[in-house]
Design a protein around this ligand. Structure first.
Ligand code: HEC
Length: 287
């Protein structure tokens, strides 16, 4: 009797599951996910191949310095780095004097107020300041950028999937929309005539919705002159600024990697010790 009851209950479960499967399949067949331009034409980031990537990864200080220069001369006109102070730049190999000079000459000044009248004004940066935003507030930032606020870049590498590769590819990802084809050879504007980039936005298939409010920041080779003689191609500048933003998001990456490798070494030694102890304990026991 008990056996019969359990068979009936079991059959009941199977029946409910089968029913659920049937309705899910029916729904999927009747209402397939609609094809959208974003789904069909978005491209995944390319690998920037940065030296900080693997578990043995380290920063290349010369590259970080070049990335700082790109940030300073190009991105700082719109983006802040509000979690990074000028004095942190000593980690990139600058002396304190150099940091002081760099802060004082920074193109965007700190918001401040006149000590006598209280009027808003700006002052030169000092090493303890964070990298400032060029906009007084969010409204001003939006007004200057077609209503899109340039986000703070300090943690951007962590805030986007595959962050460093994404930033590198985004900067290089602007394309002519007319005649743009995806990897299957389909033409965007033929397939989705309504997907034409609106006025004031820029076509960039690396950006998830294909149209971004940021004008192409890196537009020509040699836009920045590197102090170390590296050729400033567009690809190189995008790579260097991505590397710099890996550092701003995780300045302690190298010590984290070192701690991880140390722990791995310890575990390997521990495994050998355990095998030794095991053999020692069982050495007199015959099979
Ligand atoms: C003229 C102003 C301007 C300059 C210069 C500029 N940006 Fe932007 N950036 C923007 C705006 C506006 C957005 C917001 C775009 C949007 O949401 O459509 C943005 C967004 C971004 C984003 C976020 C994209 C996302 O997934 O949301 C990244 C990363 C970025 N910029 C990096 C950079 C880097 C690196 C530089 C320098 C090489 C730079 N930007 C220079 C205006 C600018």
């Amino acid at each position: 009797m008990a056996r019969l009851i359990s068979i009936v209950i079991g059959a009941g479960f199977v029946f409910v599951l089968a029913l659920a499967l049937f309705f899910t399949a029916k729904e999927a067949i009747q209402n397939p996910t609609p094809e959208t331009a974003e789904h069909e034409f978005h491209v995944d980031p390319r690998d920037a191949d940065l030296p900080s990537n693997s578990i043995f990864g380290k920063f290349d200080k010369a590259q970080l310095q070049r990335g700082l220069k790109v940030y300073q001369e190009v991105c700082a006109a719109c983006h802040s780095l509000k979690y990074v102070s000028f004095r942190n730049l000593t980690q990139l190999g600058y002396s304190e004097g150099q940091v002081k000079a760099l802060a004082a000459a920074w193109p965007v000044e700190q918001p401040s107020s006149n000590p006598e009248t209280g009027e808003a004004m700006t002052r030169k940066n000092v090493p303890s300041d964070r990298f400032p935003s060029p906009y007084l507030n969010e409204i001003a930032g939006r007004a200057a950028n077609n209503n899109a606020l340039p986000p703070d870049l300090s943690l951007m590498v962590k805030a986007r999937e595959d962050g460093a590769n994404y930033i590198y590819s985004l900067l290089n990802g602007y394309k002519e929309q007319e005649g743009y084809k995806n990897e299957h050879g389909e033409e965007l504007l033929k397939k989705f005539p309504g997907a034409r980039t609106p006025e004031g936005l820029y076509f960039n298939p690396t950006f998830p919705n294909l149209n971004i409010a940021m004008p192409p920041p890196i537009s020509s080779d040699g836009q920045v002159t590197y102090d170390d003689g590296t050729k400033a191609t567009r690809d190189q500048m995008a790579k260097d600024v991505a590397a710099f933003l890996v550092w701003t998001a995780e300045p302690n990456l190298e010590s984290r990697h070192a701690a991880g490798l140390g722990a791995l070494g310890f575990i390997i030694i521990f495994i050998f010790l355990t095998i030794g102890a095991y053999r020692n304990v069982w050495r007199n026991v015959k099979h």
